[in-house]
Design a protein around this ligand. Sequence first.
Ligand code: ADP
Ligand code: ZN
Ligand code: ZN
Length: 745
Amino acid sequence: MIAKVIIDVSLDRDFDYLVPPELENVIRVGMAVVFRFGNSRRTGYVLALAESSSYPAEKLKALDSICTDRAHIPENLITLGKWMAEYYCCSQEQAIRTLLPAAVRSGKVRAKSRRIYYICDQEKARAFIEKNETVASAVQRAAVLKALQAGPLALEELRLTPDFSRSSLSTLMRNELVAVKEEIVRREPWGEGEVLPSAPLEPTEDQKKALLMVDEIIRPDSEKRVILLHGVTNSGKTEVYLQAIAKVIARGRSAIVLVPEISLTPQTVRRFRARFGDQLSVLHSRLSDGERFDEWNRINAGEVGIVVGARSALFAPLQNLGLIIVDEEHESTYKQSEAPRYMARDVAVMRGQLEKAGVILGSATPSAESMYNARNGKFILCTMSSQVANRPAPRMEVVDMRLLPAPEPGKSNIFSPALLEAVRQRVDCGEQCILFLNRRGYARVMHCDQCGFDACCPACSRSNHPIHYTYSRSRCTLSCHLCGTVIPAYEKCPDCGSPEIRYSGTGTEKLEAMARGVFSFARIARMDSDNMKSNEDYEDVLERFRRGEIDILIGTQMIAKGLHFPNVTLVGIINADQGLSMPDFRAPERTFQLITQVAGRAGRGDYPGEVILQTWQPDNDAIISAVNFDFEGFSEYDLEFRELLGFPPFSRLIAVHFRGEDEASVRRYGEEIVKELQPYVLEGTSISAPLPAPIERIKGKYRYVCTIKGTRLKVLRQALRILALHRTPPKGVEMYVDVDAQSIM
Ligand code: ADP
Ligand code: ZN
Ligand code: ZN
């Protein structure tokens, strides 16, 4: 028997070892094993077991042993890891790293134990206490024994008993009344506080319908495994998740719940904790290595049946997995930004298939990819269109910024009169406001302040679907990232002739300063990734907002998600078009999703909410659909646009990135790779020349990107993977591959 093993060094290959006869019956795929590698002894994992090797048997070394102090990887996860390595063009070792948290993989973290003292013989102890309780010379020993009668205690706990003395304890031990032993303790992960248990709610009609479909997908012989649960905010999706999990637990199976980011969804996590208590393990980024190690082992040992966490929780080593839930499935945070650049939503579907488990993808604004799969029958679509408690949707007011009088020189009309007045009224009444501006520093779009003109690529844009040129200051050019067109930058607006052209908008920091000027009577706080350095900062601001110590909260998409503040009655969307100017075909989708989400923050309490949306493009379809809460309309037209231009989900998109300090060699290597790939470019596939990325240079490194688009990319992907992993780029140049890229910035 041959074991193919992988070693924790960056080599994208496995090595063959003979399995000694005494291990043949115990060795399994996924086990950690010890073997000689070169001159040293190494630990690795068994990727596969085979009958024979392509190497001559006499050249093969035998495995030394199976590693007992390291966790083993379940076989299904190994299969998943191999698929990820192939599909996402990364090395097997990178994929295995993703499957096992560093704390578990390293073998350096150990289970934490403590010494506890216990009574050897209760009978003898009782007799001793009775006899000595009042005897002055033994009163301390009696006290120690009495404390231990309730159960074993650690030394630090024993010290708390009155009259404790170390000498009395050691006397008791010498007299064999008390003994000590090691006990494994579970480190208490990040404080959850007290949570009151919650019982299942009587399902609504919509929920009943959804739960019937769940019954369908969790049947082991089911043909379809994935439900796309499209439900407006407050339609009761979370309650469906909870009851669906209860179903699989009742069948003795386990469940994984993925949320976009744990710290941004504390309220959701608390609901899972309330329903499932100790059966739940929450994998949080703030777990220490030790806690992570403990949680992994608890899961691997089958002590917990439900795991909640961000992206990586997908790889929790649960046995007999029955259900995977991906909440807010449209979120781009499900894509990992370093290798392996996997999309957790897609890998969840894959793991579901491997484990014969059901998968629920839930969202109020599902991704185009998932809608496409629902349309073509790959996923089961379940729609929940009404809210549980019929709260009215917030009132939407659109302000057409083009109609405002031009600001006086040196002034700005970032706050429209309607918004100024509305904020003032809310603050006067003791209600709270959110001002949302999703300004990202690098969207260098050419914009005319006079007529609202944005520079767009005529070849790639369709009416209402602008694909913006990216402006490069150093080159004085505008370029299109989808087709590669480059033109000289305009000196004045080609539409109205105004020289007032700008290259970027106002960001939240400037917005905050301006808000402090016009709303001097209000208490204002800002929240974005620039000033929120830690989770504590974030929680601190949210807590002050919750307590009513802040009147106006200004922020980026960080404040758009899932927060529930009943006293917020007004949401101001400062520039709804902001995201539309990204050089990205997903820009309309993201804009629609963000407006929908941020609008959902208004009027969650007893008072109805209002949203004031400022826009330069009130005719834009994404904006119109969002204003009318029309997901179906938006989805239909977004898919149509993507089909027309052959974008995902109608094709696959791979971005190949090149970086380095010397621009010429970065470009040259890009060109070399593109040339190598040409023989694998089948009909219907396009491959662009390497172009400067929208963010051209970071930390002194030039960034080039080549985009590949097509429907039959398998062979090309294989060739690309080999080039990425096995060809050494020139010194100072790096290359990486992003399969199903969410962004090419
Ligand atoms: P979503 O996840 O779609 O936003 P939730 O599951 O959070 O929706 O439900 C919204 C609100 O309605 C919550 O406060 C929840 O407790 C309540 N709710 C959900 N389902 C029911 C039900 N069947 N009966 C009564 N209240 C419910
Ligand atoms: Zn173009
Ligand atoms: Zn103009």
